[in-house]
Design a protein around this ligand. Structure first.
Ligand code: NAD
Length: 252
């Protein structure tokens, strides 16, 4: 681990030379915007079991769909109302300065777009929309929530298809175009930033060795160690909402 000040200085040095940086963000990017991550104390997996949210269960069991929508009623308003913090603004600034090419995010909360980052690749989908598993039609999630009946948590499309939030569930195929592009961008990156992600969710975490093997310098900013810290030039154990603005300030 690098001490925060020394780490920030080294990250400024790497990003000062970058023209093609790529960031991979995870749930830790949004905790300072009030959205809990999954694995920290109090995170989602302390209240629910991942298996409850598998694609297989969602598509085959009405009781599982009902549980999922009920959880959505609890979780979604937080996502809908969340606002990007200073770390998000800092990343958008790096993009506008021409240092950061794009952000690959595991998050489903739309905060990078809200912050004005122009090129965002959402490899785990978005929680802000709902799609029909039959015909593929999509709606803003707020519209579907507004018509959810408490006794009937199994909304359907006019075609009869099951409706599902457009997030990628356990056991569901990753979106092909987004995943392909994320790998391409990782391979082209001169600096790769892993931000607020435990790097234990695959294949997203594979982007890190992919980038490093193709020549990227790696910067990890996370509250706790990750399995890929050993590949990094800079590891900062701190909050993205504090560290990223400090880096951008140092680049001015
Ligand atoms: P994770 O929950 O596994 O890990 C988050 C990491 O971020 C942890 O290691 C934690 O120590 C760190 N962290 C927390 N707050 C931080 C902060 N302020 N600054 C720096 N680091 C911080 O998250 P993951 O690796 O992204 O994987 C979980 C999966 O859950 C992802 O696939 C993601 O799609 C999904 N998810 C998304 C959201 C969201 O969209 N906001 C929220 C929860 C989970």
């Amino acid at each position: 681990m690098t001490s925060t000040d020394a780490g920030v200085t080294r990250a400024i040095g790497l990003l000062g030379e970058a023209h093609n940086a790529v960031a991979l963000t995870g749930a830790g990017m949004s905790t300072e915007s009030g959205i809990p991550d999954f694995r920290s104390p109090g995170g989602v997996w302390t209240k629910y079991h991942p298996d409850d949210f598998s694609y297989q269960k969602f598509t085959t069991r009405p009781d599982s769909r009902a549980r999922y929508w009920r959880w959505g009623l609890e979780f979604f308003p937080t996502v809908r109302d969340a606002q990007p913090h200073a770390g998000y603004v800092a990343l958008a600034t790096l993009a506008k300065q021409g240092r950061l090419r794009c952000v690959v995010t595991q998050n489903v909360d739309g905060l990078h777009r809200k912050a004005g980052t122009p090129d965002v690749i959402e490899i785990h989908g978005t929680a802000l929309e709902v799609g029909c598993l039959g015909c593929g039609k999509r709606w803003p999630r707020v519209e579907i929530h507004a018509r959810l009946e408490p006794e009937q948590f199994d909304p359907r499309c006019a075609c009869g298809g099951i409706l599902k939030p457009c997030t990628i569930s356990f056991g569901q195929a990753m979106p092909k175009a987004e995943t392909t592009r994320a790998y391409q961008e990782a391979r082209r990156a001169d600096v790769f930033l892993a931000l607020g992600t435990s790097l234990v969710v695959f294949p997203a975490a594979d982007l890190v060795p992919e980038a490093v093997e193709h020549g990227a310098k790696l910067i990890v900013i996370n509250l706790e160690p990750t399995p890929f810290d050993g590949l990094a030039q800079v590891v900062i154990h701190g909050k993205v909402g504090e560290v990223l603005p400090a880096i951008v300030e140092g680049l001015q």
